[in-house]
Design a protein around this ligand. Sequence first.
Ligand code: ADP
Ligand code: ZN
Length: 219
Amino acid sequence: MRLLIMGPPGVGKGTMAKHINNVYHIPHISTGELYREAITKMTPIGKLAKDFLDRGELVPDDITVNLVKRTLKNENYQKGFLLDGFPRTIPQAQALDDILKQNNWKIDMVLNLLADDELLIERISGRRTCKKCGELYHIINKKPKIRNICDQCGGILFQRPDDNRETVAHRLKVYQEQTQSLLEYYHQRHLLRNINGAGTIEENIAEVEKILGGFNDND
Ligand code: ADP
Ligand code: ZN
């Protein structure tokens, strides 16, 4: 299955993508995570991207498209993938269409998670990530058993540098200005499935299961 997962920052794309990966074994590609890894390793792409991530701006399309093109050549992704955080602009969506065409692939579904800005800001400012394995936590909604320590691997939890209030507000604005028009793009192609992302993690997962379960029956 080839899926896209869309929605504003903090809506739960990463959590949902990890869940889908665990249950359906569809490998997860997050462009945000690819950039953060590249920045940590100080690769050439990381150096190019760092300022954009720090400011909550989008990395220019040509850099992002090349990154995704290169990633999708990896043999792990030949049978299916779940793309999270890409595409984020119309040119990126067009570039993805070209990649799909070249490989004789198609997108089966675009999962679109929705929630209000206020909730998103609260979620993101409380979000913590494991440095070692990437597991996500929240200081109120999904506390680790031991403060600041990952339940899964014992790694230390940290706050993403772009998860502060000011940068979050900017990321939401960028989402509204640049990414929201993509919803129409995929709606016209009858691929868009809206999902309420405002509930608890369990409720949101149940919504996604309904949609993906239904998909399997019709496949
Ligand atoms: P979120 O959806 O929570 O904002 P991501 O981890 O998806 O977080 O993205 C973090 C940052 O990585 C973005 O603010 C942007 O700077 C960069 N980025 C990720 N994906 C893209 C993309 N498709 N195009 C341009 N920049 C991107
Ligand atoms: Zn961990």
